[in-house]
Write a protein that binds this ligand. Sequence first.
Ligand code: PLP
Length: 406
Amino acid sequence: MTGTMQWKFNETLRSKDGLASLDRFTWDEANRARAFHRTFDCYKETPMASLHRLAKHWGLGGVYVKDESHRFGLNAFKVLGGAYAIGRYLAERLGMNIEDLSFERLRSNEIREKLGEITFVTATDGNHGRGVAWAASQLSQRSVVYMPHGSSPTRLEAIRAAGAEAEIMQWNYDECVRHAARMAEEHGWVVVQDTAWDGYDAIPEWIMQGYSTLAIEAIEQLRALGVPKPTHVLLQAGVGSFAGAVTALFASVYGDERPAIIIVEPNKADCIYRSARAGSLQVVTGAMNTIMAGLACGEPNPAALQLLQDYGSLYISCPDSVAAKGMRMLGNPLGDDPMVISGESGAVTAGLLDHLMADPQLSDAKDRIGLTAASHVLLVSTEGDTDPSRYRDVVWDGMFPSFAKA
Ligand SMILES: Cc1ncc(COP(=O)(O)O)c(C=O)c1O
């Protein structure tokens, strides 16, 4: 029943001194990012769906899904990172603090004239590029976006509609990243990439800090629901920047009492899982053919990987059917549970939780991670139906069926 599902617990007991620093992911830093996002006209906290029937069905204390399909009308969380990084970059260029720059002020003619024309460039599976394109065009700046081979034409069109010059290339995601960096070098463009490499780390760190907005919203929403702290957080990873940022904030807020963090990836692009197994950064190459387009990244962000290796509890590599199951479950809720429209990369954590709770082959992992009637589990549906026709293939027509019941 587990197919090619594989997992690895974090066995490393590191000394406090050796752990990755959380200085850049404190509550105050996260609040700084949220304060900037709050200056956007379209800012609104995304909903937190409490799936109490599903929790009861699984024998858990609570299951909560942060629904990022409502983020800025862009159907995914990613814009939080790209927009904040662009804001921080422009603030630095203007010699100002981000606290003194609202999004409105950045859009003003006065600032536009000071800055002149800037071209932002990035590589993307879809969601990150759409966020960068949207932020650049809101600021009347130019953006260029490269997408990996096999990217969805619908996602390409969404990026063009958000204002970028975008094209699908012959290469995989990591090769597109290198192409974006080369083009920036040649033309004097600014790379806004959601992963770091030697000599390129400020913008990826701002992107990660931008993602913290959703994590502080989630912590506050759970408190309002009477849950002082989730016991488990399931996070999906591509390059690991999203998961790393959320993990770091939870570690910073809750210290040794932090929730158990479970990281999940598609088995065609499981670089974080493989790195956890090997104890060092591992790279996956090739086409990375998975329906979880947002997670089809073979090279981890080294800074994020460090955080995930130090503060994560369990790393799982899973087949596409797990994401498909999650999409069907969230789109067809039990009883009066709210419906969450969740895309392939958004729903994989829900599918994984189903496996942890119901698949006999994962029962050891479930026991060891301590999923019980006292557990309150947080999931983030990081995208809605960003490829609507694929969404229907899965949810209506049953593409990528679940494994036969044992
Ligand atoms: C919907 C969605 N979820 C999760 C992720 C993973 O983020 P990261 O690449 O930072 O691990 C992505 C990345 O593009 C995404 O698009």
